[in-house]
Design a protein around this ligand. Structure first.
Ligand code: HMG
Length: 391
């Protein structure tokens, strides 16, 4: 019988896009000093989806290796978290369920609360496994981050999907009780249904994020959480990697700790390696931070890792995980590096063309150019229906 009190992340895999835009190309186009991107916001490049990629193809690409390794036995629930949803009614996870050939005896649902959605999905998954420890839940966080061209947000775009198998006796990270939670009704970042690109008040969003760090930490301690010095590392939501540094300095400050650069870098430096070259992947971002940490740290066995998940609007959660002995045998470090290295660099003009693409809303037959070399592609929009292909 599996241990119902030890539940967490059994496997983790991510996928990103076919193309990448280096920030040098953006800086050259808009005349920005590259120091602002490389140092000021901490971004080197951003993932750009091909015309035939979307949250479904990315989500399927992230989850396929998990199904290949573990099979689908015991997976009765798929939770798909996204804020770049493709349909107001149908869950994107239903397409992924079909592309992966999962059994019909599965419930599939989509969750949304900006970048926080994947953490809600993780907590729901833990609740389901707690009820029946024989079950496993597939959590997929998949997003394409899109801001207006020529806006300040443009430099903080990106796209990726993280898939996690949540189970009892997990091989990677046990997720602990309690959580610290926080909600505040703020308009820092939002995307009305009629818009493709998000609206954002940049400085307001940074302030709202910092307030949420403080609020969720306060609740975490009131709920009896660990002291700050227990943590070996901190995985923050990273809309741009410099934000994790701002957030951690703020947390150290409000808890009366020194905020010297060495400490901050030691606490979170390893978590930024994937986000700095992928860009904002919204729901996936905090778990890309975890992937980068596990893939690079010397040995975290038995260590406590802190998570701060933030979603504009806003909802945040501070919680902890413990790294499981033997975890390194289950990592996908090489596949993760390959997902990043396989991307082809595009120039600014090509990126702009891809950014401006949208499907006509006339219900006609609109095939997409075959651009991605990945296993799944969005082949067409036909009669208002998305048509996917597996290679
Ligand atoms: P901006 O106005 O282009 O940039 O907006 P800035 O003038 O604030 O400069 C950015 C930093 O670069 C500053 O550093 C400058 O000093 C520095 P800071 O003062 O912050 O430490 N800088 C330089 N450094 C070195 N060399 C130079 C140089 N020039 C300037 N030459 C902003 C930046 C991030 C606001 C913008 O890109 C934006 O609006 N992004 C989108 C919003 C966002 O990412 N917000 C983050 C918090 S909200 C969040 O995380 C939720 C979110 O993921 C969505 C969700 O939950 O769904 C967004």
């Amino acid at each position: 019988m599996a241990n119902a009190s030890a539940i967490g992340i059994h496997d983790l895999s991510f996928a990103t896009t076919e193309f990448v835009l280096p920030h040098t190309a953006l800086a050259e186009y808009n005349g920005t000093d590259i120091g602002k991107y490389h140092k000021g916001i901490g971004q080197l490049s951003m993932s750009v989806p091909a015309a035939d990629e979307d949250i479904v193809t990315l989500g399927a690409a992230a989850a396929a290796p998990i199904i290949a390794r573990h099979g689908s036995d015991g997976i009765r629930t798929v939770v798909f978290a996204t804020e770049s949803s493709i349909d107001q009614a149908k869950a994107a996870g239903v397409y992924v369920h079909s592309l992966l050939g999962l059994p019909s005896a599965t419930r599939v649902v989509e969750l949304k609360q900006a970048c926080y959605g994947a953490t809600a999905a993780l907590q729901f998954a833990i609740g389901l496994v707690h009820r029946d420890p024989a079950q496993r839940v597939l959590v997929i966080a998949s997003d394409v981050s899109k801001y207006e061209l020529d806006s300040p947000g443009e430099a903080t775009q990106g796209a990726a999907a993280v898939a996690m198998l949540v189970s009892a006796d997990p091989a990677l990270v046990r997720i602990e009780e309690p959580s610290g939670v926080f909600t505040a009704d703020v308009m820092d970042f939002w995307r009305p249904n009629y818009r493709d690109a998000a609206l954002v008040d940049g400085q307001e969003s940074i302030t709202a994020y910092l307030q949420a760090v403080e609020g969720s930490w306060k609740d975490y301690t009131e709920q009896g959480g660990r002291p700050l010095d227990d943590f070996a590392a901190f995985c923050y939501h990273q809309p741009f990697t410099k934000m994790a540094y701002k957030a951690h300095r703020h947390l150290l400050n409000v808890t009366g700790h020194d905020t010297d650069d060495d400490r901050v870098t030691r606490d979170l430096g390893l978590t930024t390696a994937y986000n700095t070259v992928i860009g904002n992947s919204y729901t996936a971002s905090v778990y890309l931070g975890l992937a980068a940490l596990l893939d690079q740290a010397d040995d975290l066995t038995g260590k406590a890792v802190a998570f701060l998940s933030y979603g504009s609007g806003s909802v945040a959660e501070f919680f902890a995980g413990t790294v499981v002995p033997g975890y390194r045998e289950h990592l996908r470090t090489e596949a993760h590096r390959e997902a990043i290295d396989r991307r082809k660099a595009v120039d600014y003009a090509r990126y702009r063309e891809l950014h401006e693409r949208s499907f006509p809303a006339d219900g006609g037959d609109h095939p997409t150019p075959a651009e991605t070399t990945g296993a799944f592609r969005l082949a067409a929009l036909r009669g208002h229906k998305r048509i996917y292909e597996t290679r």
